[in-house]
Design a protein around this ligand. Sequence first.
Ligand code: UMA
Length: 463
Amino acid sequence: MNIARRRITESTDMSDTVAIIGMGRTGRSVAKFMLDQGRPCEGFDENPVDIPPDLPIRLHIGPLDADILSRYGRIIVSPGISWSHPALQALRDADIPVIGDLEIFSEHFAGKLIAVTGTNGKTTTVSLIETLLDTLPDGVEAGGNIGVPMLDLLSRNRPARRVVLELSSFQLERCRNIHPQWAVLLNLQPDHADMHADPAAYEAAKVQLFANQGKGDTAMLPLDPAWDDLAKKLRARKVRVHRFGIVEGKCPDDGSLVAGLEMNRRQHLFWHQDGKPKRIDVGDIPARGQHQHLNMAVAAQAAADFGVSATVIREAMTSFKGLRHRLQYLGTQAGHDWFDDSKATNPDAARAALTTFDRVHWICGGLSKGLDLAPLGEAAKKHVEHAFVIGSDMETFSRFLAETGVPYTAAGQMRQAVTLAARMPDALPVLLSPAAASQDQFRDYAERGNAFASAIVGLGEQA
Ligand code: UMA
């Protein structure tokens, strides 16, 4: 198909109209923003959708057609539609720009942008940054992958002057012009392998975060040597580069590590403020897990860089109990402590959760997205007493557990897994940390976590 030629000969002129692909939260937010800007819009979706009556746009339901889309002046696509969808690929092959809402946000936002990406821990970090920066006179608004579509933040009567965005690789890969004043890449683990062409494409999308940074901007990168090259390139562009991570003993004086965890006899979370390290004893932090503490150190550094006082940061860190479905303590029932880490949708997140326990009963499984479970092996062997497998990829998980030598039961459904775990004769905690996506049995990870919690409540009712 020669899209370019068809575009020229096509008689209907849609060059002033915006094509919005995907009419979920993002699509509806883009439509509202564009209509407010006086741009006519039409919506495209491959599934039937309900559009609110205050969004007067023409809808096209059905398979996406690159030829039709190529007639529109701008094509804005939602993050959940694969970048390699044949229609999007055909458009890009014909040099027709396809962008996401982040590109439009970056065109219009004139305030200070703090951007957070990474495979795991984004929402915790963004939520904490939001809490901390909200104590400043201009406050802050949070949006992006965290749930509030980013253009909604600009549609308000008084647009935010400071915004913190949680950005997924899908949002980053369809944007070229993002320019955050403060940006962090938390970590990069294999995930969303099903949605990206290859791991290199996933990494390229995440690194896009820093592409337009320059003098006066801050980039925060993990201490891992894998990021040394990027750090060097950014420094050459006069970007202020912070590294964060875990250090044995005290953090070095030379500024090479600005935030993270000090592993002394007692562990400390630290960040730098006014040129000096500030510390909190990890024992004073209610949230569990080294990975959570690292995210908290990053948030503390962001807050310090934007002028939040050390006292406020300290108060926030020592009262933060963690977010729902992220290693959340649900209480004691049937002689066990129960922890909901339903948000652990990939092996690395589950590994981080397992390592925060000495021994644990582990509820795992779901949609494994083709991810390799092997990196979980050591943690499973060391920390799991017995595993209960749920979800559609039970065979994959069962094979992995058998090969690792971890005793397991194929439970199938959440309620069954909870009932079986409750009957274990010891008093070990029970952890739901699936290492897999939820959409085989649930709408999303939140619904999976809620099903876990209600099954635990059900135990009390049976007793
Ligand atoms: N659709 C198609 N064709 C497809 C796929 C989807 O037409 O091939 C249509 C669907 O029928 C639906 C619409 O696209 O009507 C949905 O678009 P979407 O999946 O982009 O969902 P939104 O409601 O716009 O939500 C998106 C993010 N979703 C994804 O990236 C999958 C939300 O992140 C985000 O909060 C929201 O924008 C606001 O910015 C959620 C998420 O699961 C939390 N993110 C992933 C994650 O965290 O792992 C990346």
